[in-house]
Design a binder for this molecule. Structure first.
Ligand code: C2O
Length: 536
């Protein structure tokens, strides 16, 4: 296996969008940041040197980091941040995975501008399980604020309100023709008639689940979250923050210009954000100046399109890429998702927004949880996170009083026995909830065995679980007023973060972590920490 090295210099740079320049945090002065190319089985050494006056930490979203949470990146979970003018080398073995993933800052809201693609090529001689495309492109969907993002968040917190919405959605950092100054900031890709293209689509937006479509062209979905899927054809895809989707598309239309578009899915939310990011798809050799039309995107609140799209995602489940969904469950967890309001004496209106899992609002520690676990340091966290909410009730009915958010002194985590099989049902509640929650688990892929609207029924719903070819992912949407059930085998020891990938909700405390214990065999233990692990 080869060793691939990358140098990531974190630096502030002036970047202009929407006719407006501002300093942003970047990697190597690029926005979006550099793409990491690696082959399955290779070792990655990424040296991050921080020249910015912000603490930094980078997460390699979807890389499993077997026994090696030290390279996972979430600040104060697996490491302390890399401070100004300090360096840290992420040492990652890319084993058993191939496809599209991405990396992003995992501290505060810095991922607004600090993100990039990870492309893992399959092993030599191991072709894609679909016709080999001629060319490929990465398309990273994101959000842009004209104001300094840190200020935006501070302002929201001070008022006890959600921070100001972003000013644009972007494709590869560019908003496109529906926003100011499009002549400078529209991303374009070129197609050659008759060729086949692989598009690697990444949702790096902070707070919006997005529909994505290309006018005149249908797409074949072949992979989600770096796992091959049963191919299916679709006019649009749905992609939540954190998720990645690979589609194959044929350049078989009248040569000309077409629009690539991304727009939010607001679920049960108010149609407050209908801004569309656009990039251009242009056929080679065309001098065509006709303005293309927008592709057919599902309506903003088209829940049935969303459910329908998600129901088509299936594991490939072939002899070479089997589906290993656990059939027997050792540990059943049921977590309620709540958003609420807490008193806040320092906030302008005396309250602040807050979020919880099983009524618990996660408290961020000031030292790394993985270090504390590895060295058995006491008094950093407790392992009494409840397996279910304190009192069962009608989660999606009008029962505001039964769900509260409580703050503890220390972060409360859940301890999981090595190699046990876990089923986790995430149940949304009606408490202020207006959008689906994309839940991301670090250190693992999981199987999405079921989802539904209303209250999860532990008697009836498990009978409908898909235990044959459920999709395998690292991030899954929990529908508004509904539930999603996932299963995984806890074979990766360490401390693994799990959170809503809407930055807004993560910030309010919609997160927790699992402590997966070491196994009895020395090969089933957390590896020793690297020498240059940033000190706290
Ligand atoms: Cu993509 Cu914990 O994040």
């Amino acid at each position: 296996a080869a060793v691939k090295t990358y140098q990531f210099d974190v630096q502030v740079k002036n970047v202009s969008r929407l006719c407006h320049a501002k300093p942003i945090v970047t990697v190597n002065g690029m926005f979006p940041g550099p793409t990491i190319y690696v082959r399955e089985g290779d070792r990655l050494l990424i040296n991050v040197t921080n020249h910015a006056h912000y603490n930094m930490s980078i997460h390699w979203h979807g890389l499993k980091q077997y026994r090696n949470g030290w390279a996972d990146g979430p600040a104060y979970i697996t490491q302390c941040p890399v401070q100004t003018e300090q360096s840290y080398t992420y040492d990652i073995n890319v084993t058993g995975q191939r496809g599209t993933l991405w990396w992003h800052a995992h501290i505060f809201w810095l991922r607004a501008t600090v993100y990039g693609a990870i492309v893992i090529m399959p092993k030599q001689g191991s072709p894609y399980p679909f016709p080999q495309p001629d060319f490929e492109f990465n398309l990273l969907l994101g959000e842009w604020w004209n104001d300094d993002v840190e200020e935006v968040v501070k302002q929201g917190n001070k008022l006890g309100l959600p921070p100001k919405m972003s000013d644009a959605h972007t494709i590869n950092g560019k908003p496109g023709p529906l926003f100011p100054c499009p002549e400078k900031h529209t991303h374009a890709i070129e197609f050659e008639q008759g060729k086949t293209y692989l598009l690697r689509i990444i949702n790096a937006a902070l707070n919006d689940e997005l529909f994505f479509a290309i006018s005149g062209h249908s797409m074949t979905v072949v992979e989600a979250d770096a796992v091959y899927t049963k191919p299916f054809s679709t006019e649009s895809i749905l992609i939540a923050p954190g998720q990645t989707t690979n589609v194959v598309i044929r350049a078989n239309q009248v040569p000309g210009r077409y629009f690539i578009a991304a727009r939010p899915f607001m679920d049960a939310g108010l149609p407050i954000d209908n801004r569309t990011a656009i990039a251009i798809l242009q056929y080679k050799g065309i001098q065509n100046t006709v303005i293309p039309s927008l592709p057919q995107l599902p309506a903003l609140n088209d829940t049935s399109s969303a459910l329908n799209y998600n129901s088509k995602l299936r594991s490939l489940n072939s002899p070479q890429f089997p589906c290993n969904v656990p059939l027997k469950v050792d540990r059943r967890l049921f977590y309620t998702i709540g958003l609420g309001v807490n008193p806040c004496p320092t906030c302008q209106n005396g309250t602040q927004l807050t979020a919880s899992l099983n009524n618990i609002t996660f408290v961020m520690p000031h030292v790394g949880l993985l270090q504390a676990h590895y060295s058995s340091v006491k008094g950093v966290f407790t392992t009494d996170f409840p397996d279910r909410p304190p009192t069962p009730f009608n989660y999606t009915g009008a029962t505001f009083t039964n769900l509260q958010t409580t703050q503890s002194q220390l972060p409360r985590l859940s301890k999981i026995a090595f190699n046990s099989t876990v089923e986790l049902v995430l149940q949304d509640t009606n408490l202020l909830s207006v959008e689906s929650h994309p839940f991301h688990l670090h250190g693992y892929n999981f199987y999405v065995v079921g989802t539904g609207v209303g209250n999860f029924d532990s008697k009836k719903d498990p009978a409908k679980f898909n235990l044959v070819d459920p999709p395998e992912r690292n991030t899954v949407g929990v529908p508004t007023g509904g539930w999603t059930a996932i299963r995984f085998r806890a074979d990766n020891p360490g401390v693994w973060f799990m959170h809503c990938h809407l930055e807004l909700h993560t910030g309010w405390g919609l997160k927790t972590a699992f402590v997966v214990e070491d196994g009895p065999h020395p090969d089933h233990t957390v590896l020793p920490p690297p020498k240059d692990l940033p000190p706290c």
